[in-house]
Design a protein around this ligand. Structure first.
Ligand SMILES: [Mg+2]
Length: 438
């Protein structure tokens, strides 16, 4: 008999990162990196459980946690095998409760909450199978992978048959590419030097350290003050030399004309991409920015769902698709986005950082390389060196690349001490701060 999911535990975990200005950018000056963290408990022997999370930057983490709890009736009491044996159906179940769907549809807090539970179910399935998620996915047949995707709203750009064609095209060579991943890992870039709150000295030092550590690309936050950005860009370019790529990220700060003017000013420093120049919902504005200045356009970390990604691709609005493991409806919806990007021939360069985003999204890029796009050309995963110590299977960086994970699961289980210490508002890290403030 299959074991049963007995409980959905939800934790409000927050890290006081705003105190060091880690993660600071033009729109988010003082983030406290946080996780609405989910554990799917089971009665299987050995304490089998599934772990997932939704990343937020502090206030509102409790709102996501509450949204996750509304999904409890869909999870508790279910046979584990009925979930892990048909993750396509489980994903559709969670994203298509008609009353909860009203809050989106398929976007915002409720969708992110569903994504956290879907990802926890993937972690559970991978632990049950004794394999990392990327390997579990890359071992599926094209038909099994297509079954994970909800093609509703996509068929004007990508049909199930076209998805199957893409997946079948990538079938030869899967084993060789998986072996290559285990040898070389997957290329990464670092955003560590570029936080807006860092001094010029810190920017220069961290940019040099990034190159020494083997990274071939760095990223700077921009968009608060043009003179500051010109100076920081010049310092970064001097620090890394002409051969290292420098991308910039405006975190949605601009209107179209402002984006165009700003990027025309920065372009002489050889900018690799401009990320999130404007509102993530505004497909036409991205297309306009792309057409009116020379720097390639990237977006996606705040793109709500596969439908908006479809439009960005249809409109020729982006040069790079930036999936995020915890923004859309979990692994399943990200597979839809990987397939869309493959159809349009646009490289996927995931957003990561935050809490646990690097841990999760590496699996999706590795699956993409083995079984979808079949290439690492022009593809690179963001890396930020913060908060990895809170995970039992943290990412490993080697010579500017993510080492392929081999532990079973989605790499997103947090260590028990961190859950106890950083629980908001009653963990000791937070009660100590409340004492000080008093
Ligand atoms: Mg960004």
């Amino acid at each position: 008999m299959s074991p049963t999911i007995t409980e959905v535990d939800v934790y409000d975990i927050r890290f006081p990162t705003s105190e060091q200005l880690d993660g600071s950018d033009a729109m988010n000056p003082d983030p406290d990196y946080s996780a609405a963290y989910v554990v799917l408990r089971t009665d299987a022997p050995g304490g089998l459980a599934g772990y997932g999370l939704c990343f937020t930057i502090g206030r509102g983490n409790d709102v996501v946690a509450a949204a996750i709890r509304t999904l409890r009736p869909y999870v508790v009491g279910r046979a584990v095998d009925s979930v892990t044996g048909d993750l396509g159906a489980f994903y559709r179940l969670l994203t298509h409760d008609s009353q909860l769907r009203w809050l989106g549809p398929e976007k915002g807090v409720m969708h992110m909450a569903a994504g956290a539970v879907v990802n926890a179910a993937w972690d559970l399935a991978a632990r049950q199978a004794g394999r990392p998620v990327w390997e579990l996915l890359a071992g599926m047949t094209p038909e099994q992978i297509a079954d994970l995707v909800d093609f509703r709203y996509l068929s004007d750009a990508l049909t199930r048959d076209e998805a199957l064609e893409i997946l079948r095209r990538a079938e030869p060579g899967r084993a060789e590419r998986a072996a290559l991943l285990r040898r070389e890992g997957y290329p990464a870039y670092t955003t560590e030097p570029g936080w807006l709150g860092y001094s010029d000295e810190k920017l220069t030092r961290l940019a040099k350290e990034a190159v020494d550590a083997g990274f071939r690309q760095i990223k700077l936050k921009v968009g608060a003050d043009l003179d500051d950005d010109l100076r920081r860009m010049r310092l970064a370019r001097e620090a890394v030399g002409p051969d290292i790529r420098i991308a910039v990220d405006a975190n949605q700060r601009w209107d179209v004309q402002e984006a165009v003017d700003w990027m025309n000013a920065l372009a002489p420093y050889d900018v690799y991409w401009i990320e999130e120049p404007t509102s993530p919902d505004d497909v036409l504005a991205h297309a306009a920015v792309r057409a009116a200045q020379p720097v390639r356009v990237a977006t996606g970390e705040h793109v709500a769902n596969r439908v908006v990604f479809k439009q960005l691709l249809q409109a020729g609005a982006v040069d790079f698709v930036q999936i995020d493991a915890a923004r859309v409806g979990g692994v399943n919806e990200n597979i839809a986005i990987l397939l869309l990007a493959a159809k349009f021939g646009v490289p996927v360069c995931p957003h990561a950082g935050g809490v646990g985003l690097c841990e999760m999204v590496q699996h999706l890029s590795m699956f993409d390389f083995v079984a979808v796009s079949g290439t690492r050309e022009d593809r690179i995963i963001e890396y930020v060196p913060h908060l990895h110590e809170h995970f039992t299977d943290p990412v490993v960086m080697e010579n500017g690349a993510y080492r392929a994970p081999d532990a079973p699961g989605f790499s997103v289980r947090m260590v028990p001490e961190s859950l106890a210490d950083y629980r908001y508002p009653d963990g000791p890290v937070w009660t100590a701060r409340q004492e000080l403030a008093r």
